[in-house]
Design a protein around this ligand. Structure first.
Ligand code: NI
Length: 387
């Protein structure tokens, strides 16, 4: 276990990689230049087991330790940017108008490359490390696709770890918790089919707009009256569409929204309860409901033993006080959740200092955080895979 002093020498090179990635953002699965850059760097570190083209532009590279046989642990970085016009004003700002690294995945990729270089040079561990570079975290479920393409089995990965920068948390600090750390994300569509007609003769119609209003109010009561107040569930209606004239009652109204929760069983509840409430309310007025519910991201759930290991690796780097191991979970979502469904593991937040928040046009990954991310990965490997 090394303190942060042990990693400061890697900084200059990792900063250059990070800024190159920042200047050249790519979206979703179309990470051709980014993936080439990553493969080129990995090869230059003397890593010869590199598999590219997983989930289109994802990469897994294996580094074997020199301390004997042992398990393989996975370290994951996401590589994709966002469709945002950058306003950071930095010299290394995006060269591609309308695309930017506004979530710090450029930093995540650079830090895992920094750790790869260090681990390949020292190999002071048993077993092996699988470096997982993932496309389409923001939109497209690249994490799920890599799991579906069999990376856990093919590379015999027994545990998997993730990391994300956290604006507002000081540089050199980490935060994490055992159990749910990021919310699950689902979406729903409710189509209320009534009977349209002249606005002056409501008694001859089944008005989907009035029924839709009742349905929206009814959904609000599900959280306040049907779920445990100690458990987090958000049901937000975010879209309504109906009608296009002053004097016509339309045939149908559409209501859409999102569900966020920290509990897998509350996702089951939400799907059933929203459907039943919408059908029940609309049925009472003589309308019919078509209902669709899509499960987009599972709850990100940190496993207990692996979270202890993550805390130990971070505390070895920055000291006990700088690692908060009881953070309150966030209601955002993260597709690393799919990897944590496939294998035990843990996901930690790394302080990004007082920067703009992620997904903001003024955001920039903080280069001062780079040695902490590299050091965390190396400590994690050398602790878990100690001889
Ligand atoms: Ni992100």
């Amino acid at each position: 276990m090394r303190g942060i002093e042990g990693f400061e020498m890697v900084t200059n090179e990792v900063v250059a990689w990070r800024r190159y990635l920042h200047e050249n953002p790519e979206l979703g699965y179309a990470l051709y230049n980014t993936a080439n850059f990553v493969v080129e760097k990995l090869a230059s570190f003397g890593i010869n087991h590199i598999e590219a083209g997983i989930a289109e532009t994802g990469i897994v590279a294996l580094i074997h330790g020199e301390l004997g046989d042992g398990p393989t642990i996975g370290l994951r970085a996401d590589m994709d940017a966002l469709p945002i016009l950058e306003a950071s004003g930095k010299p290394w700002a995006s060269k591609i108008s309308g695309k930017m690294h506004a979530c710090g995945h450029d930093g995540h990729t650079a830090m895992l490359l920094g750790a790869a270089k260090y681990l390949a040079a020292h190999r002071n561990f048993k077993g092996a490390v699988a470096l997982i570079f993932q496309p389409a975290e923001e939109d497209g479920r690249g994490g799920e696709k890599m799991v579906q393409e069999g990376i856990m089995e093919r590379f015999e990965i027994s545990k998997v770890f993730g990391l994300h920068n956290y604006p507002g948390l000081d540089i050199g600090k980490f935060s994490i918790c055992s159990g749910p750390i990021q919310a699950g994300l689902d979406e729903f569509d409710i189509v209320i089919r009534g009977k349209g007609g002249h606005a002056a003769t409501p008694h001859k119609n089944v008005d989907p707009i009035v029924i839709g209003g009742q349905v929206i109010v009814g959904l609000q009561a599900l959280v306040s009256r049907n779920t445990d107040p100690q458990e987090a569930l958000v049901i937000s209606v975010t879209k309504m569409n109906a009608g296009n004239a002053y004097n016509i009652i339309p045939d149908q109204a559409e209501i859409s929204g999102t569900v966020r929760t920290l509990s897998p069983s509350l996702r089951d509840f939400a799907e059933k309860a929203i459907s039943e409430a919408a059908r029940g309310i609309a049925g009472g007025f003589g309308a019919h409901v078509d209902f669709r519910y899509r499960r987009l991201e599972p709850v990100t759930i940190n496993h207990e033993a692996e979270t202890k290991l993550a805390v130990q690796a971070a505390r070895g780097l920055v000291g006990t006080e700088a690692v908060n191991d009881r953070i309150k979970p966030g209601m955002g979502s993260e597709d690393f959740a799919y990897m944590l469904e496939a294998r035990p593991g843990s996901y930690i937040f790394l302080g990004n200092g007082p920067t703009a928040s992620v997904h903001n046009p003024e955001y920039d990954f903080n280069d001062e955080a780079l040695p902490y991310g590299v050091g965390y990965w190396v400590n994690l490997v050398e602790t878990e895979l100690a001889a």
